[in-house]
Design a binder for this molecule. Structure first.
Ligand code: FRU
Length: 491
């Protein structure tokens, strides 16, 4: 048996052994992508190919820790119903002995081609990093390119933290961004170009930490993604080493973006400030693709590195993907909207209109549950705080609170009383307007909250007990009107 088959069989064995244990977990999500067992991290190779969306992810089948990484593979016609396909990549070659790390997918003359990082570490902890190709004829079985790797280690001046190629084509040439750090430990994104995906030439530095008046933005930048939107260029990346500053950068690592203009001849991007993409807790390593409808769609890992103490580990699985979100640019700000196709999951609509809440907490008949979508439109009268409590227990001990603090003009996600798992509060400025629209996607153990048509998004995992299904609406020190609230169960 060849090494590849052997590694895939080994993974399949453990997946089948543990699948029922994972399936038996109440916290299993109902409409998000999750690993069958083991650990999921970055979305990889996201592409619309022959009318179907393919999404791969970083996968450690053997444990809920960051071990030997494979590429798991899913596909879908509608971004909502996903089919699990056989493992696409296993770390079987000399240039990837410690994992097939993150990367992207392109159509090269119609052939689906993966571009990824082969990660090698020896006993002394020395790292080698190789960029590699793999192709498929049938969209299921992948063959690694015979002359892999196509890039050996990093150019001079950078360390071997050099990985996560994102590739696209422009004016007949292939371009690739890679995340890295300088020998002085400053995060960087580099641009390369190629005629054939095989011979790559460095163009230059796109952006980096300590490169301009934005100052220090971390020691390592992972998972870059560069694309154009509304005539501007957007660089998404996941920097490590930025310190918390007030409401900003409170997670262990960040994911954010620059908007500007890339000079393809020098590689340099003129850009504005660094903006966090998501204001919640678990969100990292986003990756986008352009689909055949012309939408720029993003998935992200609904998890973070070095945060492996989620209650799901006792059921032998950890982490999930966010929902797919469409990106739009308004000025220099990214807006995120859940894809339209998610409406396919809706059933049992319940709607109420024009309810005044006056310094009180109310419950509405049939508005409760643990797998649902909620649209709430608040019209502020004179309350100082107002919002919604989700996953409330009858005794009032458990609740997850989403609310607006009018005096500080902040939206707040408080999971200190959410149940098991990591706790905390995240806040983000939302300038005072009379209307606050919340679009909430709740799954068994996740929340994604889109505010004011995607101006800000808060994502987080919560682990309440399964009896905590209550939903309450409240206003403090004054009144708020609910213009409209609609709820759907999702299936
Ligand atoms: C980001 C990351 C990538 C790397 C992958 C390994 O979460 O560290 O930089 O390619 O995960 O799984």
């Amino acid at each position: 048996m060849d090494k590849n088959t052997e590694l895939i069989n080994k993974a399949n064995e453990i997946i089948e052994k543990n699948r029922d244990i994972a399936e038996g977990d109440y916290y299993r999500l109902k409409y998000h992508i999750m690993p069958p067992t083991g650990l999921l991290n970055d979305p990889n190779g996201f592409i619309h190919y022959k009318g179907e969306y393919h999404l791969f992810y970083q996968f450690h089948p053997f444990d809920t820790t960051h071990g030997l990484k494979y590429w798991a593979h899913m596909k879908s016609k509608d971004l909502v119903h996903w089919e699990e396909l056989p493992i696409a990549l296993a770390p079987s070659k000399w240039y990837e002995t410690h994992g097939c790390y993150s990367g992207s997918a392109v159509k090269n003359d119609g052939i689906l081609t993966l571009v990824y990082t082969g990660n090698v570490k020896d006993e002394e902890g020395n790292r080698e990093t190789y960029q590699c190709l793999a192709t498929t004829e049938d969209g299921i079985q992948f063959s690694k390119y015979d002359n892999n790797p196509v890039m050996y280690n990093q150019p001079e001046g950078y360390t071997r933290h050099f990985r996560d190629p994102k590739v696209w084509k422009k004016d007949g040439l292939w371009y690739m961004v890679i995340g890295t750090q300088t020998v002085k430990e400053e995060g960087r994104v580099l641009l390369f170009k190629s005629k054939d995906l095989k011979d790559w030439e460095l163009v230059g530095e796109v952006a980096g930490s300590n490169l301009n008046d934005l100052g220090y933005l971390g020691y390592m930048w992972e998972c870059p993604d560069l694309f154009s939107l509304n005539g501007k260029d957007v660089l998404i990346f996941s920097p490590q080493g930025i310190e918390a500053k007030g409401d900003l950068y409170n997670n262990i690592y960040q994911s954010g973006y620059f908007v500007g203009k890339l000079d393809y001849s020098t590689g340099k991007m003129e850009h504005g400030e660094f903006i966090e993409i998501d204001r919640g807790f678990e969100f990292y390593a986003p990756q986008t693709t352009l689909d055949e409808k012309g939408r720029r769609i993003m998935f992200a890992w609904m998890g973070l590195p070095e945060r492996e103490e989620h209650p799901t580990v006792e059921h032998k699985w950890i982490h999930a993907m966010t929902l797919p979100r469409v990106l739009e640019l308004k000025g220099s700000k990214l807006y995120q909207k859940p894809v339209e196709e998610l409406k396919l999951l809706r059933k049992d609509q319940v709607t109420y209109k024009d309810i005044l809440i006056d310094n009180e907490e109310i419950i509405l008949q049939k508005i409760s549950g643990d797998v649902l979508e909620l649209l709430v439109e608040f019209e502020l009268e004179d309350a100082n705080e107002f919002g919604i409590k989700l996953r409330c227990s009858e005794d009032g001990k458990e609740e997850t609170v989403l609310y607006y603090d009018r005096n500080n003009e902040k939206f707040i996600f408080d999971r200190n009383k959410s149940g098991k798992g990591y706790k905390g509060i995240r806040r983000c400025k939302i300038p005072n307007t009379n209307i606050l629209k919340l679009h909430i996607f709740m799954d068994r153990s996740s929340l994604e909250v889109f505010i004011n048509d995607g101006e800000e998004v808060f994502t987080g995992r919560i682990y309440p007990s399964k009896e905590s299904l209550g939903i309450k609406l409240f206003a403090k020190e004054g009144k708020v009107k609910i213009r409209n609230i609609s709820k759907w169960n999702l299936e």
